[in-house]
Design a protein around this ligand. Structure first.
Ligand code: GLY
Length: 287
């Protein structure tokens, strides 16, 4: 695997972000980026960097993941998270968990297990047995002061050339209890493979899953640059009339961002460049 510079990108949701929430969400993305960046700067792994960045976003009630998760139709929180190690192709994911502060920690622990995905009580028992913190009364739905609200994610490349991706969500507000979207499904809400790149998505989970959007982006990364690969989300989304956003890294750590939602909260950094944290607007592409 080619060694080289580290690289990292995070997102805090592809959605409409009211003006009053844009600065706090930008700052939340910047804080998560900084946490992951510090790990990479010190020679840590891409996997550790994405897990750490996602934990921060799950702890921030401004984002729809962990403590900021929205309510389903029963007024309950059900969270999904997935993580992937591009070096080994190990996948860990949990879905429909209600009692975990940090679903991504449980997903990370799943990387060492044969199953790739556990749901509900089984996932929570697995996490508790491994000492992962649980909220005994269940995570309560966040009360957000306006605006859509969707999903967090992170992709990273470390100096050894390994890549990783993670995505975590409180799902879509008001959906049926037991509904699972794209976030814990590899090839849908996330994917990572050394030598190709890493991708994390946010948006309409059913559309992302129906179009295997992460898999499409990974296939594009085999032959296209980061910006062009990111833009491959537009046609499948247009076909279904859906909204989403993507962050990705190519094999060398070049960053791509694209979305067709009104806004997309994102932050990114590469070794040797100043970090950027922004609310990007529709039709903006970054590379
Ligand atoms: N993209 C998150 C979800 O649809 O659940």
């Amino acid at each position: 695997m080619a060694e080289g510079r580290w690289s990292i990108a995070v997102h805090g949701g592809a959605c409409r972000i009211p003006a009053a929430l844009q600065a706090p969400r930008r700052e939340g993305c910047a804080a998560a980026l900084q946490a992951g960046k510090m790990i990479l700067e010190r020679g840590g792994s891409a996997l550790e960097a994405v897990k750490t960045a996602i934990c921060l976003l799950e702890d921030d009630p401004l984002f729809n993941a962990g403590r900021g998760s929205v309510a389903n139709a029963d007024g309950e929180v059900e969270m999904d998270a997935g993580i992937m190690d591009g070096a080994t192709l190990a996948v860990g994911a949990v879905a429909c968990v209600r009692f975990l502060y940090n679903p991504v920690e449980a997903a990370h622990a799943m990387l060492r297990e044969p199953p790739i995905l556990l749901v509900g009580a089984g996932a929570e028992a697995f996490a508790t047995a491994r000492g992962i913190a649980e909220c005994k009364e269940g995570i309560r739905p966040a009360t957000h002061d306006g605006g859509d609200h969707d999903t967090v994610g992170c992709v990273a490349r470390d100096r050894e050339g390994h890549v990783a991706a993670a995505t975590s969500t409180g799902g879509l507000a008001g959906t049926l209890a037991g509904r699972v979207g794209d976030a814990p499904l590899p090839g849908c809400g996330f994917y990572a493979e050394d030598g190709i790149g890493a991708v994390s998505l946010s948006g309409d989970g059913e559309a992302i899953a129906r179009t295997l959007l992460a898999a499409r982006v990974m296939r594009a990364l085999e032959t296209k640059g980061a910006g062009a690969a990111a833009a491959t989300i537009f046609d499948p989304l247009a076909r279904l009339g859906a909204e989403a956003g993507v962050i990705l890294l190519d094999r060398d750590g070049a960053i791509g961002i694209a979305h067709n939602s009104p806004h997309f909260a994102a932050a990114y950094a590469r070794e040797g460049m100043d970090p950027v944290s922004a609310i990007v607007w529709k039709d903006h592409h970054a590379q």
